[in-house]
Design a protein around this ligand. Structure first.
Ligand SMILES: *Cc1c(COP(=O)(O)O)cnc(C)c1O
Length: 337
């Protein structure tokens, strides 16, 4: 089988199934092949098999460890020695610091003032992992500008949270695991913000299996930050005002200079649905009450889409539970539990 013949993205991107298989091999020392478990409550509620992919069981609590590991382990020894920099609303920064520590790579994280205020424990945790945390700007985009400045002034390598072929290929390894564990899956619900996660999964699933084109890959974004959804509608990347959400890992833009994920989502993803704050809250409570897992808002976006009948997911459906990093007490208070 020639990898080229399975390359779906004909345009900008020299990214194909082979890169995702390479990523799988590269990241295996640090990244868990997470369980895919059948949800009995959801399966009986919807009368078809619903599987949950437990990405929150990665050591740093989210799938982003896959992309960060693939990127950092692809750098040259000189690049590794100089160090890496990233900007993040949380999980990407956390996962990058975690991988950097495991691989003896110096790491700098740029976060916005908003995130620094909202998640002091995460900042503490990143510092405890040995990273240098730089607080700069009001939005994620402004924190991103700072990171780019450090690339120039200190020769650091930017580890982008989503718009990087190595990061996308790393996240795509989830798609390979899904096909390995449950080859007859017919749809996948994926939380969607910058689009690295869904781009990788869609590329993997649609090119690795002979039944591929019929596997539906559906993105779930929040009504409070439907940036990819509105960008696809507009035909080009757009910017939107930043607001708060209980699913804070789904906030942030896709970048006006987006190079990869906009086109990949446009060309490979079968649909995007939007869920409300209340629907995310319901999904958090449902998951806690029925599975006894306290996840973060973004982590249950797929469950929210299913419970609100916005994504029907006919046939065998897999839902990516992407992360669990949250301040547990304040989340429980917010849910009035
Ligand atoms: C980053 C993140 C997402 C969204 O991933 P993108 O690649 O930005 O679309 C979803 N869930 C969690 C928990 C995340 O940290």
């Amino acid at each position: 089988m020639k990898a080229e013949s399975h390359s779906i993205c004909s345009h900008t991107i020299d990214l194909n199934l082979l890169h995702i298989y390479e990523a799988k091999k590269r990241i295996s020392p640090l990244v868990r092949h997470t369980p895919l478990v059948k949800s009995n409550p959801l399966s009986s509620l919807f009368n078809h098999d619903v599987f949950l992919k437990l990405e929150f069981l990665q050591d740093p609590g989210a799938f982003k460890v896959r992309g960060a590991t693939n990127k950092i382990l692809s750098l040259s020894p000189t690049e590794r020695k100089r160090g890496v920099v990233t900007f993040s609303t949380g999980n990407h920064g956390l996962c990058t610091c975690w991988v950097a520590k495991k691989t003896d790579t110096p790491a700098v994280v740029c976060v916005s003032k908003r995130v620094a205020k909202l998640s002091p424990k995460r900042i503490e945790f990143m510092r405890a992992l040995g990273a240098e945390v730089v607080v700069s700007g009001d939005t994620q985009d402004e924190a991103g500008e700072m990171a780019k400045e450090l690339v120039t002034s200190r020769g650091l390598t930017l580890i982008h949270p989503f718009d990087d072929p190595f990061v996308i290929a790393g996240q795509g390894t989830i798609g390979l695991e899904l096909l390995e564990d449950e080859p007859s899956i017919s749809s996948v619900l994926v939380p969607l913000s910058g689009g690295g996660l869904i781009s990788g999964i869609a590329l993997a699933m649609k090119s690795a299996s002979p039944r591929s084109p019929s596997i539906k890959v559906i993105g779930v974004s929040i009504e409070n930050a439907p940036v990819m959804y509105e960008s696809i509608k507009a035909g080009h990347p757009i910017e939107m005002k930043e607001v708060d959400s209980i699913a804070e890992s789904l906030l942030g833009g896709i970048g006006l200079d987006n190079r990869y994920t906009f086109e990949m989502v446009r060309d490979l993803v079968d649909g995007i649905v939007l869920v409300s704050e209340e629907e995310i809250e319901n999904a958090l409570s449902f998951t806690l009450e029925n599975h006894h897992w306290l996840l973060e808002g973004a982590g249950v976006a797929g469950i929210a889409a299913l419970l609100s009948n916005k994504a029907s997911g006919t046939g065998k459906t897999a839902i990516i539970l992407s992360g669990s990093n949250c301040e547990a007490r304040s989340l429980l208070k917010q849910l009035q539990i």
